[in-house]
Design a protein around this ligand. Structure first.
Ligand SMILES: [Zn+2]
Length: 126
């Protein structure tokens, strides 16, 4: 009788694990389907040396051993804005900060309630 219950519990746990994996994949796919600028998370106030807000892409593939994003970076670099502008202006791309790993920097995001809606997100350009 106990063996029977253990087997039922194991089967339910396996089913839950499968459902959880499917849900996570669907959430990741929904996120990746959004335009990059829409899904990016911007810092509330912290900016790169160049003036653009720091940001990260929650759908980014992480560098091992991390899964997903692991650092704040210049949003102009993430949005591929900067290199074209610098190439055209023939400016050396040394004006940007290296990036700030989450593990070492406590940079508040625009989603942090204590930041009261502050964001470095650029205004819509249209
Ligand atoms: Zn920058």
């Amino acid at each position: 009788m106990n063996d029977n219950l253990d087997a039922k519990i194991a089967a339910k746990e396996a089913e839950i694990e499968t459902l959880r994996a499917r849900r996570n994949e669907e959430r990741a796919a929904d996120l990746r389907a959004k335009p990059l600028l829409d899904r990016m998370i911007f810092a509330a106030t912290a900016r790169c040396h160049c003036g653009a807000g720091l940001a990260y892409d929650p759908a980014a593939d992480g560098e091992p051993p991390f899964k997903g994003p692991s650092k704040w970076e210049c949003s102009d670099i993430l949005l591929f804005k900067t290199y074209d502008a610098e190439r055209q202006a023939a400016v050396k791309a040394a004006t940007h900060d290296e990036g700030f790993p989450f593990a070492f920097y406590e940079i508040k995001s625009e989603r942090q309630p204590s930041q009261r809606g502050m964001t470095t997100r650029p205004e819509a350009e249209q």
